[in-house]
Design a protein around this ligand. Structure first.
Ligand code: ATP
Ligand code: MG
Length: 321
């Protein structure tokens, strides 16, 4: 079956601190604007692979918004669900890399044009032939955004579609109560779950191991889980024909890390797209691992999205025979 993916949420511009350990309370230089927003990066990666993807979002009628829309359009994302509003400005984020793989963010999302994304934006006509919805936890930043997600989810689920979910938690978002409450809801419908390693504890009971948590989630109905582990690679979990836990690990490729933001979104987009396209789990995982590795080699969160040809080229150069 021809599949078509839908996603929704924040579309924003990002500014990167020029120096490592640069502080937000001291004057410094930033590089940007770069188009960003986790679901936007996801959509861009799906489109780069040559698959159909509809993205619902909201930007301001300003140059930042124009820049974001132009990029998505150029890369092949269906942009009819992105609305430009004059009464708010396009969202933004500032990021500064600290030691020990830490990142600090300042987000301007719920109070920007992103905050205007609502139930009424989700146009059923645009979802007509969509068969899959991808939800980013970071996109559930307000009751309005959650309403929009629930509408899309209802429509897709009612026609037998599938759902993927990437919690994409940021420590700066922990105080958004709406987000936390909606996670339980979305997990009930999730078919493909794509957490980062450090997010697994959030879905675990007490101090059980990663494998125990995965077994419970799979027995509760999730079909595929991939735990993203940054430079270490990723772990796939599923149930085999005998209902036993099946685990596949892929080591991360050795690449020069320029900017790790967006790697998880590219990884998730490649894994989900290829699985829907009928690739076997092993290949989808391998290609997603390359997609994440390629993403970290480019400065800017959306700059490292890649095509199937680029992924295959990378693999042929990095796989030993
Ligand atoms: P983000 O949400 O910021 O994009 P994430 O935590 O969701 O990040 P990561 O685990 O950082 O996702 O990255 C996703 C995948 O990309 C990893 O599982 C791995 O396959 C690849 N990857 C990430 N960082 C590196 C790296 N430094 N070297 C090689 N591969 C990497
Ligand atoms: Mg992520």
């Amino acid at each position: 079956m021809e599949f078509k993916i839908c996603t929704l949420g924040e579309l924003l511009v990002e500014f990167l601190a020029k120096e490592h350990n640069q502080r937000f309370d001291k004057t410094g230089e930033f590089i940007g604007p770069y188009p960003s927003g986790a679901p936007a990066i996801f959509a861009d990666q799906v489109a780069k692979l040559g698959f159909r993807v509809v993205f619902f979002s909201c930007v301001g009628k300003d140059s930042f918004g124009k820049m974001c829309i132009n990029r998505l359009k150029q890369d092949g994302v269906i942009i009819d669900g992105i609305i430009s509003r004059s009464r708010a400005n396009t969202g933004s984020a500032f990021v500064s890399y600290q030691d020990y793989n830490e990142r600090d963010f300042i987000f301007n999302i719920p109070n920007s044009a992103c905050g205007l994304l609502s139930f009424n934006h989700i146009d059923e006509k645009l979802l007509k032939d969509c068969t899959h919805l991808h939800v980013m936890g970071s996109s559930l930043y307000s009751f309005r955004a959650i309403d929009a997600m629930r509408k899309a989810l209802d429509i897709i689920k009612n026609k037998g579609g599938t759902i993927s979910f990437d919690p994409n938690l940021r420590k700066e978002m922990f105080n958004i109560q709406e987000m936390e409450q909606s996670f339980g809801y979305i997990m009930e419908y999730t078919d493909i779950f794509l957490p980062s390693e450090n997010e697994v504890c959030y879905f675990a009971q007490n101090d059980e191991s990663e494998q125990q948590t995965m077994s419970t989630l799979l027995n509760n109905g999730i079909k595929h889980i991939v735990v993203k582990g940054g430079a270490k690679g990723a772990n796939y979990y599923g149930l085999d024909e005998k209902n036993c836990l099946k685990m596949i690990h892929v080591d991360g490729f050795n690449v020069d890390v320029v900017d790790p933001t967006g790697a998880g979104d590219c990884f998730s987009a490649t894994f989900v797209s290829l699985l829907l396209a009928g690739y076997c789990i092993e290949t989808a995982l391998k290609f997603a691992n390359v997609s994440g590795a390629l993403a970290v080699t480019k400065r800017g969160p959306m700059e490292g999205t890649s095509s199937l040809v680029e992924i295959q080229q990378f693999l042929s150069q990095h796989t030993m025979v």
